[in-house]
Write a protein that binds this ligand. Structure first.
Ligand code: UFG
Length: 327
């Protein structure tokens, strides 16, 4: 069985579908702070899922999961993820993300589970010194969220040396889109991300989508990001799990499309793909947004045999279909 922490959340649940489609049995451990019970119910219709509502901050709870289930490997998503909130309330991020992971790793050590795929982020790099960003780019996260992820990566290195726990850290750029069959999708409260905010403005006419800044040093003045489809990300987790089984070796990989898209380009693509006219206004920059981030994924392509299959259009279309299915 595979344990997915945070499996009721956005990327975790799409990863769960990928494993379920391949016939694996899953244990999903989630405190339902960001995850949703509706998502768990959708997953249960697809395959063999045991859901445990619990919190990684409680060491005994997670240790019991290992004691009571035959876990072969862990895919670890559970964690808080809002950059801005992490700046205002770093204690919440350090306590939850770091202590939660330490408890999880303790459970692995005690119960002899040796493989973990960790949901990391391109935020570990901080401001881009060059683009595309490869795995050797300097790591200087500029907010507590990114720092917690980098600290966990370092903990994993030490736990490999000392306890033989092998880990794959996957540093995603901007996850986008939803399940192609609209069974699950992206749902944060409040919503902070670009694509769901654009789509929500279609369905809630009282909302106006805001472009955060048009004075960046980019061709159209808006920030450039690398929007990687969530099903492509899910597949990467599966390949990372297989890599661990085959090679028993720790490593880290960037995951992105290798193509940057500006906020305006994403907005225009959304209008084209959905055929909708979307209200928008231009506001000031959002604090802490770097101008340009996109990935070099040569390493994942070569060693994981992974490739990004879906376009920005497909991501936006699936996000739109999912949002539509919610009404
Ligand atoms: N943006 C808008 N309007 C919105 C939302 C976003 O203009 O309503 C802009 C942002 O300013 C940014 C771009 O769209 O330029 C993307 O913003 P997101 O919030 O969708 O994503 P981020 O790039 O800020 O954050 C993502 C992940 C984080 C991760 C970070 C790493 O969500 O978890 O990438 O840089 F830490």
């Amino acid at each position: 069985m595979i344990l997915i922490t945070g499996g009721a959340g956005y990327i975790g649940s799409h990863c769960a579908i990928n494993f379920l489609n391949a016939g694996y049995e899953l244990v999903i451990f989630d405190n339902l702070v960001n995850g949703r019970i509706e998502t768990v119910n959708s997953l249960k219709k697809i395959g063999n899922v045991k859901f445990i509502q619990g919190d990684l901050k409680n060491a005994e709870e997670i240790n019991n999961v290992f004691k009571e289930n035959k876990i072969d490997a862990v895919i670890h998503f559970a964690g808080y993820l809002e950059v801005e909130e992490s700046v205002k309330n770093p204690a919440k991020y350090y306590q939850n993300n770091i202590i939660g992971t330490l408890n999880l790793l303790d459970g692995m050590i005690k119960n002899n589970v040796k493989h973990i795929v960790f949901s990391s982020t391109c935020a570990v790099y901080g401001e881009a010194k060059y683009t595309p960003i490869d795995e050797n780019h300097p790591k200087n996260p500029v907010n507590p969220y990114g720092k917690t992820k980098l600290i966990i990566e370092k903990i994993l290195e030490d736990y490999d040396n000392a306890y033989g726990i092998k880990s794959i850290c996957l540093r995603y750029f901007n996850a986008a889109g939803a399940d192609s069959l609209s069974r699950i999708g992206e749902c944060h409260e409040p919503e902070i991300h670009l694509i769901p905010n654009i789509i929500k403005s279609i369905f809630k006419k009282e909302r106006t989508f805001k472009i955060f800044g048009t004075d960046y040093d980019t061709p159209d003045g808006t920030c450039i990001r690398d929007y990687i489809n969530v099903e492509d990300l899910a597949q990467a987790h599966h390949l990372a799990y297989l890599f661990l089984k085959e090679n028993n070796k720790s490593d880290c990989f960037n995951l992105g499309t290798e193509k940057g898209s500006s906020v305006k380009e994403v907005f225009n693509t959304a209008e084209n793909v959905t055929g909708e006219k979307i209200n928008y206004e231009i506001t000031q920059r959002r604090a802490g947004d770097p101008a340009i981030l996109y990935a070099d994924t040569t390493k994942a392509k070569k060693l994981l045999n992974w490739k990004c299959e879906k376009s920005l259009e497909e991501s936006i279309k699936s996000a739109y279909n999912w949002e539509k299915s919610q009404f």
